[in-house]
Design a binder for this molecule. Sequence first.
Ligand SMILES: [Zn+2]
Length: 383
Amino acid sequence: MAANVQGPMSGVSLGVFDMHMHPTLKSFMLGKKFLKPHHPPAGFFPLTMRTDLDALLAGGVKAFFSTVYMVERDFLEDIWPLRYVRWLLPRLNHILRTPPDALVLECLDHQEAVFEKANVRRGPVIETALSYSEMKRIMAEGKIAVLRSVEGAHHLNGRVENVDLFFEHGVCHMIVPHLYPNEACENVDAFPDLTALRKIGCFHKRFNMDTGLTDFGCEVVDRMLEVGMLVDMCHATPRCRTEILERARNHPVKRPIVMSHVGVHELAPYPMNPDPKEIHDIAETGGVIGIIAMGHWLKKPEPRDGLEAVLQTVDHLIEYGGDEVVAFGSDFDGFTGPPRDFKSPRDYATLRTLLRVRYGEERAAKFLSGNVERALQLGWGKQ
Ligand SMILES: [Zn+2]
């Protein structure tokens, strides 16, 4: 199947632009094969892979943020069994011993080699976009456009100059906080159900909601706005989110602020999710909110099927942010537990139909990709 799925009525492209996928977490860290079709079940199965090439093609994914994440040192301290498992996983051991900024570049090289192999075996099917115009060209050629993205400012290794270095390597998007406090800011709790692990002494961390950006964090956000790297405030504390929005408002050039993989606070009241005012404020910057494929963050109590909650989330985003704020960011392969009916990129085929029926062709096209493309036009590179 071609990556671009055309609507039968108006010819509007209904290919998907997913704002948050982690194929390298599985291929770089666990050695999973991007070129092999996988069919993992719903729920938390971290040793499987969901974002393989066949699944992307079957779901009509035409572009995605391939997000690099290298575990923080605190992760190992907090989840103490990993201290022993690391000796069984040479890749994990390597990651824990190598500076995170060097690892980002190593992972990007690894990813390039994987795509090269894909194109040799399957014809020209996937390509990394190093600029907005390259992204548009790759999409027009009907190939999957891959955008480089990083999750967590700990990857900067305390050096603001690494924003420029990553940008020069084509990184167009960075989530500033992540699972543990980094040099830029603290974070909210992103681990949904850990009762069993807490019983054996893992996940001790207490989350301090009253923290914002550090001085270094302010410098990083300003530099990202300056060079044109999308600032993502997923995982940020509400106070940190307010501060990031404030910095964007005060920046001389209009830059979109995004949240790439969340639900909404009204349906799933966790600090992770934006409230109506934040949805409105993000929309005002020209930004978007990517809806996650994970029942826990979509709705409380967690539903076993998720697409109905996805549609309710779309409605809620439209109510407070307008049509322009709606996007999707599945977090497939991000060690998440997706629901039964939205467990792989393949399920975008069903979601596409649901959106088309409920909102019509043109609005569905905006939600599925047009809005993210617009945010990138505004936020990627010099203006
Ligand atoms: Zn995340």
